[in-house]
Write a protein of this length. Structure first.
Length: 131
């Protein structure tokens, strides 16, 4: 369930339809002025200019997790199994970068952080993983 709240704290739009299309483990991130929500079978692009509306974005293969974007690349961190998948987003669809995947030997990965071209992954009690 996505709700748009304005600066005064009032709801100005909601998307109850997304409730049945997303998992609790998934998240949302900002990509070029819009918001990308990871769903069960695809992603959804939400625009602040049109609260209450969304666009379905094909995502192959679809992964569960918390997305983060550096503007060009989107990382999806799956806390259940420690897998980080990377996607390129061209505005219409998300394609997995098969040459760039990270599988950590533990779970409970956090939201990926992009910094100076590197990836940093909070890993709970194991510290921070970086490439």
């Amino acid at each position: 369930f996505v709700r748009w709240i304005n600066k005064e704290g009032k709801e100005c739009g909601s998307i109850p339809a997304l409730r049945r299309h997303s998992y609790q483990q998934n998240g949302i991130t900002e990509v070029n002025g819009k918001f990308l929500l990871i769903g069960k079978k695809e992603a959804y692009l939400l625009s602040p200019e049109a609260p209450g509306k969304f666009v379905r974005i094909p995502m192959k293969p679809c992964r569960i997790g918390i997305p983060t974007s550096d503007g060009d690349l989107i990382a999806v961190s799956d806390r259940r199994n420690g897998r980080i998948s990377f996607y390129r987003f061209d505005g219409k669809e998300m394609k997995e970068c098969r040459e760039r995947r990270i599988q950590l030997p533990f779970t409970l990965t956090g939201r990926v952080i992009f910094y100076k071209g590197k990836v940093y992954i909070p890993a709970g009690l194991c510290g921070i993983y970086y490439e």
